[in-house]
Design a protein around this ligand. Sequence first.
Ligand code: KIV
Length: 274
Amino acid sequence: MSAQTQSVKRLTPPDIRARKGGEPLVCLTAYDAPTAKLLDPHCDFLLVGDSVGMVVHGLPNTIGVSLDMMILHGKAVMRGSDRALVCVDMPFSSYERSKEQAFDNAARVLQETGCQAVKVESGVYVADTIRYLSERAIPVVGHVGLRPQAALAEGGFKAKGRDEASRNRVIEEAIATDEAGAFAIVIEGVAEDLAQEITERVKAPTIGIGASASCDGQILVTQDMMGLFDWTPRFVKRYADLKTSMEDGVKAYAAEVRDRSFPGPDQVYKARKS
Ligand code: KIV
């Protein structure tokens, strides 16, 4: 073991797994270095989510997000953080075709970004892939319930587990994901009691979003919880009002540019006296 390996202080997949039933995991999304730096001291887990497509790139859903985009944002988040575990989403079409395709792309994400784990949306059919990756030393997080990459097929972002058939399907997904070796499982957009039941039944810690306070941790999209957008899903609580702060800032700037009070004496350089 090298000195460099010994000095690593980031949380690891086993550290996250060991939090099952313990202190809740604090998780948020991050897509860039300055935001990651701000979140890192407060979070256990930073997700470079494929929600970056909608939040940063203005896409209508996550389908148009590419592996190269995820790698670019993953590198930035790694540069900005040094404590939280960083997990990068595998985008649509990067892991579904075959286990081998998933391995090659997940290995690329780990090697090029230096992140600690990848996340896949884990319909039951993805369980074999999770097993294949986990057995080959790729730490995998699963994602069950509302799976945003299925939005086209399902006609939108639909909460899950509100009737018996849907409930059984989500339980099946979660158990398959757990048994295949995922070290944590995101549960998104499901009935509260279903999230609680899954949390009790799986060995991996569950990370809820629109799920239940009884999950082993919680995650939100940072820009949603910071109040950057007019609309958010009903499960989001706003902890700040970034939109108003930014609007106030840009209005004040525009007024000062127009009346020439910016730049003022403190913001300009003076010629040196010779
Ligand atoms: O892409 C994302 O941000 C996610 C979280 C919402 C869990 O998958």
